[in-house]
Design a protein around this ligand. Sequence first.
Ligand code: IVH
Length: 673
Amino acid sequence: MANGMTFDEAKHRVDELVTLLDKYSHQYYVLDQPTIPDEDYDRLYRELVNLEELYPTLIQNNSPTQRVGGTLLEGFEKVQHDSPMLSLDNAFSKEELESFDRRMNQLIDEPFTYHCELKIDGLAVSLKYEDGKLVQAVTRGDGTVGENVTANVRTIKAIPLSLKEPLTLEARGEIYMPKSSFLALNQQREEQGEAVFANPRNAAAGTLRNLDPKVTASRNLSIFLYSLPQLSNRDVHSQNDALNLLDSLGIKTNPERQVLSSIDEVWSFVKEYQEKRNSLPYEIDGIVIKVNELEQQEKAGYTVKAPRWAIAYKFPAEEAKTIIRDIEWTVGRTGVVTPTAIMDPVRLAGTTVQRASLHNVDLMKEKDIRLFDTAIVRKAGDIIPEVVRIDKELRNKDSEPYSYPTHCPACDSELMHLDDEVALRCMNPRCSAQAKEKLTHFVSRNAMNIDGVGVSVVTQLYEKELVKDPVDLYFLTKEQFLTLDKVGDKSADNMLKAIKESKTNSLERLLFGLGIRHVGSKAARLLAEEFLTLEGVSTASLEAIQSIEGIGEKIAESIHAFFELEEVKVLISKLEEAEINLSYTGIRKEEVEQVDSFFTDKTVVITGKLEQFKRNDLKERLEILGAKVTGSVSKNTDYLIAGEEAGSKLTKAQELEIPILSEADVLKELNER
Ligand code: IVH
């Protein structure tokens, strides 16, 4: 009864939590319609983790906590597909589609319809469910034999571990990386001097075939299922029925699909999505057209390689030619120096492009990129423009190889090309460009979230020597702010207020803001939750850091090395002097209580001057009881706790008829527990 629950009660609650979390995850990842805030999901998830820690026999194989495999894989076992995973014939023009249509009319010889789908640019997998449980995931491989990637696939939240009905079936589909995740991943890799992925498909493939399931788990892959090759004895007569069945089982299919009855309508569908392509959140490279009825598919039949009843219309690759006029080198916060081509403006996939990423010095050398070359540019995954290749036939005879920078464009110190990196790096810890980037990172939203202090202010503060490192921000005066360009009385006050407010941030924001290599906001949170104070993190042994679930060797070594640095020790004493909170103020793992209270699962807003509590203490106590404490009143607010001189929040709560609690009411509820 360690947490006030009997074993049977805990068992019941675990069942309840697995079902609830499954439901919320389905709404979020499959239907794209979240119904609860992330914090609520996290709280239920932590409750489940705590119960499973207390009663390990209650851990179910399909529990959401069992998605992340802890151990490294040694390799991928080869698995033979039950039936071959075929590929598709391609069409590149309207004429080729019309000739496909004529073939179908001859082979089927009766009226039929087409099922049109988007051709997702990812990689094909086969998922097997037995009695409704996910038991195996295999890549397409050569079509006959693929690789067993089950451990990695289990980490993809859009893939249900259990179906809504206990069916045994195989479903096939395309795993992909959303454009936004691809962008973020490449940006992070560029910043860390690692090779970037050429497009979302390569990123998805590299992620799915990674031997560390934790890497897969951290990279936000998703899936659309598009076929049920061996159907159960269900009422499925067409491709449309098959996808509807998948939907009803909780498996994600692409909603952008249509049954159409003529090739002209198919062509309109193709044109429509060619237009919409750039605004979709994932990459597509064409349209797949399938005969809809299964019986008619059989009539049309197969070749050895592909079904005759389907075809892939491939969109023309959008490329453009332009001339490189200059190459700009920028220094990131970790010192990585990145090249960008400045080109004559050219129209490409819906926008005018003038700058294109050249990624890193190694790629530039490989492509032998020179000034005044004619470049073929494309949008990588239709997102960021990049130089694909150079048209060397158009190269001027007296063109010379590009001379790469040897010194930092910002601080002039010598650049290094480290053995295991593809980029050039400025190693000067006092480099001005790095310092400005570090400051910008420190104030950014996921770090200390200092509103109103943006790139322009940070740059000016640095250039005027008012700020050298992030902690200097806390010693600035209003007069100093007023010396900056475009900063008036009001914005100076606002910035000072935002800086002051950031002093009470929980430790994970500071840890992330310090810009320790490899430490993203997730790792920062894990560290803060584990060690609770900056002192705890800074004095932790390498082993202690490494033993945190979710923190790998590379991250642990980087954290450990960071806190060994003399200048970091100086920075820490400056943080103390500035009276910045150096503790974790979120919910502690062991503190989440499972008992129901008046405040459990309630959304609460605190306003006005409090006499009996310190605002942060009250917030924490409520959170420990399972409440969510937010900053603004809305129709989702359950209670407003109002102290003296409460203003607009009180008025709004009254308007919305939200119950209002005095401090005395709160005390009474807290004491009654
Ligand atoms: S149907 C026998 N539907 O395209 C049917 N494939 O070029 C085989 N793909 O290997 C596939 N979206 O990886 C189908 N809606 C879709 C698809 C799709 C992407 C991929 C799949 C396949 C490749 C064939």
